[in-house]
Ligand binder design. Structure first.
Ligand SMILES: [Zn+2]
Length: 446
């Protein structure tokens, strides 16, 4: 490996606009050689080879450059995928009692393993939206300090729910009743280092004694959480199943809506006007076979089926209103759904069922996610100065979204995670933990 890599003769989706560059080139610093993670150039290919040298620092010789010429074949380079709704300690099947299969020390290892699997399937950043907070925050720290290698993690820490609320019996959830307890809960997560705050506002699919139309938190409780979090510069997101609750939360100032199994046109328009993000999680209501195989209880499967139609209609309304949609799965990013991983499947569902164009789905899976996570200054688009979080797929995913399945290379922070491109001299080169399959693997309880 030399100091710089030029990737040329490749299509590029920068994510900055909705056009692909047919004959593009990108130059990155090689993180293993230079202690800097940065894209030097990304755009149309220069007219001739000598022009590349002008894009490099003065004094760079050809010996310092690795050239990856992808003229043989049809490849597209795009920003790394961002999954905005993940529980890295997901324990399927969902059960309505407090059962902890791991304990926190072992759980931290499970979280690390699953984060590494996410990276292997092209997810270079993810948002954890509720977990045993300290486990995820420990893994985030290990990645940030480069003790271990993995995707960027933006963590909500432990989620907050009222007694009997959604997820209240899941390990990690902080149960709060009344505004004072919720305020303490928000502060406790900020004190631990949470990046955002996750509230469990309405009923959901998982619990035996709740419905998606239940509103479990009071308006006073949510307003108190929003005030404390916003004063501390933290975004707030919430599990929000139904239109009435979404409308209320949007008017109170929520930053992001998760799920929305029912969403009216009027509320979608308010979300768009107020710049509220939508992490749609279509995978959740479209993975019945997978859930059944894992032994998810019948009451959840039934609610999933009932929610599916409204969920899709809600997503269509959000798209029509111009809401910024993000790809979140609520399953592990690498979980196998319908012949691919959940993250890619979510992007496909946005196109095939919710009516987004393939390019809109790619923007949802990259730029919009980075904005929601508050990391759009470093990632989410490909442009000079940004971090080298990118993937290469075979085909043209902006024309045929299913080409996202043909992953050929993953780079995180200008570090090559793995590649099966024919031009690479070290096929299947990898730097993540041994034993993880290139595609990320399957759901395992460990
Ligand atoms: Zn969730």
């Amino acid at each position: 490996m030399q100091d710089f890599t030029i990737i040329k003769n490749i299509r590029i989706i920068t994510g900055i606009d909705d056009m692909a560059i047919e004959n593009g080139a990108m130059i990155i610093m090689n993180r293993d050689r230079i202690e800097e993670d940065r894209i030097l150039y990304c755009g149309s290919a220069p007219e001739d080879d000598s022009a590349y040298l002008k894009l490099l620092p003065p004094g760079t010789s050809e010996n310092d450059i690795t050239v990856m010429d992808l003229s043989e074949g049809s490849f597209t380079l795009l920003p790394g995928l961002i999954n905005t709704h993940v529980h890295l300690d997901l324990d399927l099947p969902y059960l309505s009692y407090k059962a902890d299969p791991w304990g926190d020390a072992y759980r931290t290892l499970v979280v690390y393993r699953r984060a590494a699997e996410a990276l292997m399937c092209g997810v270079t950043a993810l948002r954890g939206v509720g977990i045993v907070g300290e486990c995820e925050l420990a893994v985030r720290k290990a990645f940030e300090n480069e003790m271990l290698f993995g995707p960027r993690i933006i963590s909500c820490g432990s989620p907050l729910s009222p007694t009997g609320g959604h997820g209240w019996l899941v390990p990690g959830t902080i149960v709060c009743d009344g505004k004072d307890e919720f305020i303490r809960g928000v502060r406790s997560q900020i004190a631990q280092g949470a990046d955002q705050i996750k509230l469990l506002y309405t009923g959901g699919l998982a619990g035996a004694y709740e419905g998606t139309y239940d509103i479990q938190m009071t308006a006073e409780e949510i307003a108190a959480c929003l005030e404390v979090a916003h004063r501390n510069g933290k975004k707030v997101t919430a599990h929000l199943s139904n239109d009435r609750a979404i409308r209320e939360a949007v008017e109170l100032g929520i930053d992001c809506v998760e799920h929305a199994y029912s969403l009216s046109e009027a509320t979608a328009e308010r979300m768009a006007k107020k710049g509220v993000y939508y992490s749609a999680t279509l995978c959740v209501s479209h993975s019945n076979d997978y859930m059944r195989r894992l032994g998810v209880p019948d009451y959840t499967l039934k609610k999933q089926e009932e929610a599916a139609k409204g969920h899709l209609e809600s997503c269509r309304r959000a798209a029509a209103a111009g809401v910024k949609i993000c790809t979140g799965t609520d399953l592990l990013p690498s979980d196998p759904i319908d012949g691919t991983n959940a993250t890619v499947r979510e992007a496909e569902l946005l196109v095939e069922d919710a009516g987004l164009s393939p390019m809109e789905a790619i923007i949802a899976a990259t730029r919009n996610g980075a904005e929601l996570l508050g990391i759009d200054d470093v990632t989410g688009t490909l442009e000079s100065g940004k971090s080298g979080d990118f993937i290469i797929v075979e085909g043209k995913p902006d024309e045929k979204i299913r080409d996202l399945r043909n992953l050929r290379l993953v780079s995180r922070g200008c570090r090559l995670v793995w590649s099966s491109l024919p031009v690479m001299d070290r096929n299947n080169y990898r730097i993540t933990a041994p034993g993880i399959e290139l595609g990320g693997g399957v759901f395992k309880k460990w």
